[in-house]
Write a protein that binds this ligand. Sequence first.
Ligand code: BEZ
Length: 237
Amino acid sequence: MENPEMQITPMPRIGDKAPEFKAVTTQGPINFPEDYKGSWVILFSHPADFTPVCTSEFITFATLEDKFAQANCKLVGLSVDGLYSHIAWLRTIKEKIEYKGMKDVEVKFPLIEDITMDVAKKYGMIQPGESNTKAVRAVFYIDPKGIIRAIIYYPLSTGRNFDELYRALIAMQTADAFSVATPADWQPGDDVIVPPAGSCGVAKDRMEGKEQLKCYDWFFCTKPIDKETVLNTILKK
Ligand code: BEZ
């Protein structure tokens, strides 16, 4: 007899290559992640079209699309609904719904139809303890080289915080651009964490007093990078 455990696709992890797939979307066919090479992309799932939490999320994300685009990040949605459901739901959002002052909202990013659940299963978006028939609220950050850099999962009942999704994107881009890490609740303009003493280049700069370091202990040092430097480096002009 077949062991059901063997049928479960391993969940993708941070540092893995984003699993490949071809799909039909509200913006035409896509070949993922190939079509997104050179950009960051957020692949996110929602449980179902025509549901309230998902509607509030789509209106919010679509309103922020240009802000993510400025940070070289494209958005791709997915649910296990079909294309005609997606099209009807997005039309309803545009024509009928005003939410927190956001109205006439056009969702321009692609929304994948995944009635076979092939993509959702590949990305570990079907979590049977939560639902066998709907994707959980998953968020995959994929970098310009097609590598998964962060994964966030929320249950069906809880709408995501899109300010945090943006903050995490900018934090990862800052870490890459400046070879630093970012502390709890970091926002552009806050101090960043520098590698421990002894790391290449850092120790020399410290000895020469080039860095304005603040050390809480030997293993925990920060330095300032002003907001303009971060944003001018990361955001498109
Ligand atoms: C919602 O988006 O409102 C929702 C979807 C599926 C289950 C529960 C809530």
